[in-house]
Design a protein around this ligand. Structure first.
Ligand SMILES: [Zn+2]
Length: 268
């Protein structure tokens, strides 16, 4: 290419960039999504209360589902679960649970579990096979053999997807920090399809996780083509609830519409 042609092309493309960067500004205030904003992965704390969440929801026009953990250090028994449901029923939010270990539901009465609007579970506590557990959200998670980890991670994901009474698969395709640079290589067609097939068989929705920016476009399109539904989740317990920047962006890129989302049914 001659220099003059090069310069001409350059200024042409620069002009295009400028023109297109003006468009979003011109459309400000008319931004519309094809779906309602619903963050189904929100936690409360002593300092970040349900009132704080509702205030943010009102300001930013986002709806919420609140989750807590059915485990010894949180909702330890039926009594805790009953109080949790009764407390939240007064508010305009969906009431959810986020179990963290296999077989948890045996420790609660069926009648009470039936009053919860939805159950979200992720596969982040991966058994190492020697009695220990990888807690893969932790920054210093140590993986010495990536293929061995992926096999155990897939096995555990399949246990969650095939056996647990859940509506939403959380943190899908998330990888520990030390191997996350290989994300596109490790999430092979075969592994992605296994997850989609298992979720589809039990109508389990896929969380688009705003904290980890997973799953990616290719997985979402593949899952959508096979009829899976999605949810948005910030997994936040602070002012980040309902921000959902990644969720909104990737959902629009994948042309998700209201019909592609799972919305829980309120039980009370
Ligand atoms: Zn959570």
């Amino acid at each position: 290419m001659k220099r003059r042609t090069f310069v001409k092309n350059l200024s042409l493309s620069a002009g295009l960039v400028m023109a297109s960067s003006v468009i979003p500004a011109a459309c400000q205030g008319t931004e519309k999504t094809n779906f309602e904003l619903l963050d189904l992965h929100v936690h409360t704390t002593d300092k970040f209360t349900i009132e704080n969440i509702l205030e943010i929801g009102k300001k930013n026009q986002v709806k919420f589902g609140v989750v807590d953990h059915p485990i010894s250090w949180a909702l330890k028994d039926d009594n805790d679960l009953k109080n949790y449901i009764e407390k939240l029923r007064k508010y305009p939010v969906y009431i959810g649970l986020q179990p963290t270990y296999l077989g948890w539901s045996k420790n609660y009465s069926k009648e009470l579990l039936a009053q919860v609007d939805y159950i979200l579970m992720d596969p982040q506590m991966v058994p190492m096979g020697n009695g220990d557990t990888w807690r893969i959200w932790e920054f210093d998670t140590y993986i010495d053999d990536t293929e061995d980890f992926m096999k155990r991670y897939m096995d555990y994901s399949m246990e969650v997807l095939t056996k647990e009474p859940i509506n939403i698969f959380g943190w899908p395709l998330f990888l520990p920090v030390c191997i996350s640079r290989d994300y596109y290589k490790l999430w092979t067609e075969d592994r992605m399809q296994q997850i989609i097939t298992a979720a589809k068989a039990r109508n389990i929705a896929i969380e688009i996780n705003d904290m980890s920016h997973t799953p990616h476009e290719e997985f979402i399109l593949k899952a959508k083509a096979q009829g899976l539904k999605f949810t948005f989740g910030s997994d936040s317990r602070n002012n980040n609830v309902g921000r959902l920047a990644y969720c909104k962006r990737i959902a629009e890129k994948c042309n998700l519409t209201a019909a592609d989302f799972y919305v829980p049914v309120k039980k009370g």
